[in-house]
Design a binder for this molecule. Structure first.
Ligand code: FAD
Length: 508
């Protein structure tokens, strides 16, 4: 068990240190900071001390856990001190809270491997093995098991946070979801408002609300022992516009029809990965619970429904592989080079979808994915599964307020040469602006769309040049929960110590 690793002393890295260059940027190489120093902490107390020292010196701080932020919220020119939690990655059973304690610097790999191999349980978290818990959980992280088991934050019991009060004193506080806890609102704000808003989380505790006994093996859900995993590749050389339209409409209709909390299809989740034509293929990656009754038929029916009438789809459809759950998760989370390469630059945009795309939107997707003016093979529009058990929870019960969403769109592109920045940004901005042209360039919360996902942050949605709707970025991320988040901000970070381009603003 990895909780026996002894904590090291905090280490401070200055600009003259050869390691400095490694520590001042995260995954996305577009963002680099020039801080006075980076402090690598190993304990909550060291984190509190690092915050106190920065506040005393009047230096702006930011916090890094896994370094996967799409925007410059951690690594930006104004930050003077980065507090880096990567060494705080212990995952262990805490009998005092009858919950799993997970330090904020743990990666999804640490969490999946330790919870499952140690105790047979799981958190329904995201895809990429190297994502950090500090950002992932605070933003309401989700993944392939979420239709079956809910969002990660639906299982969050408590948070330990370093906050700074009105007098500039850094304190370490614990907030739980217990009804009588006077700090409950601080817990609530950490169930989907995103990182870098209220303080630095040092530790999370997880226990499902429905866990009855005090035993570790009962505290969180169990993943399927085995899953069915399939990958269907449709060659762009054979995909006509008619085929493409059919496929995208099939997808939308399926998720509209099969995303209720009690649907038998909560046992299944699929990605539709619409790569730019230059890439060669469009892919359908599907995972389902192999242990439910009729599992093989559920899986086959889904693939048949999505590819119905699509001439470019292989016939017969490839049979899924049957794999132990952890093996499938590890393979998916480590094998996509574009997502694991830490030398790339990236740009990302999101939309929460309550309904499938309209005819106009499908035509827009087709046009931008097949354009010959822009030929980056690492450009894609990915549709992520949502709904199912996620929809069983009220929008106000957690700060994750997109419970009516049935799938999420992630538009993204990766490249390495800074000279290509303008062309890549033009592509994501063009496709996104055209897709949501009818609603001011953004997916405003309405009957069809449901706003944007804060864990896929995008500063353009706060820029009037791109968002011409009357709906501010804060409503796109948080809908009706925003005023409540602002009250938490006023109570717990009255000096706005923890801030970035899209942090929750103080009221007024
Ligand atoms: C390849 C890839 C795959 C992804 N797949 C998924 C997915 O399947 N599902 C999904 O939901 N999301 C996914 N994401 C998005 C991911 O959840 C977010 O990028 C998340 O915020 C990353 O957290 P981090 O700790 O790694 O990032 P960091 O860059 O360290 O931090 C991200 C944000 O959180 C803040 N923060 C970090 N640590 C703390 C802390 N300890 N306390 C308070 N605030 C903190 C930072 O200030 C920053 O604003 C993916 C991202 C990538 C790059």
């Amino acid at each position: 068990m990895n909780h026996h690793k002894p904590p090291a002393a905090a280490r401070t890295v200055h600009p003259t240190d050869p390691r400095y260059g490694e520590l001042v940027s995260g995954m996305n190489q577009r963002w680099t900071a020039r801080p006075d120093h980076v402090t690598l902490v190993s304990t909550a107390q060291q984190t509190r001390e690092a915050v106190q020292e920065a506040v005393r010196a009047g230096k702006r701080v930011s916090v890094r856990s896994g370094g996967h932020c799409y925007e410059n919220f951690v690594s930006n020119a104004d930050v003077k001190v980065i507090i880096d939690l990567r060494d705080m990655n212990r995952v262990y059973w805490d009998p005092a809270h009858r919950a799993f304690a997970v330090e904020a610097g743990a990666t999804l790999a640490d969490v999946y491997e330790e919870l499952y191999l140690g105790h047979g349980v799981v958190l329904p978290a995201g895809f990429c093995y190297s994502v950090g818990m500090g950002g992932h959980i605070t933003g309401g992280g989700f993944g392939l098991l979420s239709r079956q088991l809910g969002l990660t934050v639906d299982h969050l019991y408590a948070v330990e946070v370093v906050t700074v009060d009105a007098h500039g004193r850094a304190r370490l506080v614990t907030a739980t979801r217990e009804r009588h806890d006077p700090r409950r609102e601080l817990w609530w704000a950490h169930t989907g408002a995103g990182g870098g808003n209220f303080g630095i989380v040092t530790r999370f505790w997880f226990r499902s609300p429905r866990a009855r006994t005090g035993a570790p093996g009962e505290a969180l859900p169990k993943p399927p022992a085995e899953v069915l995993l399939s990958s269907v590749a449709l060659p762009w050389s054979e995909i006509t516009e008619e085929d493409f339209t059919r496929l995208v409409h099939n997808h939308g209709t399926w998720y509209e029809d099969n995303s209720a909390p009690d649907s038998p299809y909560t046992a299944l989740a699929g990605y539709l990965i619409m790569n730019h034509r230059q890439n060669g293929t469009i892919a359908l990656i599907t995972q389902s619970d192999a242990t439910v009754p009729g599992a093989a038929a559920l899986h086959a029916d889904y693939l048949a429904a999505l590819t119905d009438g699509v001439k470019a789809a292989p016939r017969p459809l490839p049979a899924p592989r049957r794999l132990p759950w952890l093996r499938a998760t590890r393979m998916l989370g480590t094998s996509v080079t574009m997502l694991t390469d830490t030398t790339l630059r990236g740009d990302h945009k999101s939309a929460c979808m309550r309904r499938g795309f309209t005819d106009d939107q499908v035509a827009t997707l087709y046009k931008h994915l097949t354009t010959t003016d822009y030929t980056n093979r690492n450009a894609q529009a990915v549709l992520h599964p949502y709904g199912g058990r996620i929809a069983a929870v009220d929008n106000a019960a957690t700060a994750s307020s997109h419970r009516e969403t049935v799938f999420k769109l992630l538009l993204q592109t990766f490249w390495s040469d800074p000279a290509q920045d303008a062309a890549n940004l033009a592509w994501t901005r063009g496709i996104y602006g055209d897709l949501f042209a009818a609603t001011g360039g953004v997916p405003v919360p309405d009957r069809r769309t449901d706003g944007c996902y804060v864990n896929y942050p995008d500063t353009d949605i706060g820029d009037p040049a791109f968002n011409t709707s009357a709906v501010p970025w804060s409503t796109l991320y948080y809908k009706d929960n925003y005023p409540r988040l602002q009250r938490v901000k006023a109570a717990w970070d009255p000096r706005d110590i923890f801030r970035h381009a899209q942090s929750v603003r103080l009221p007024g």
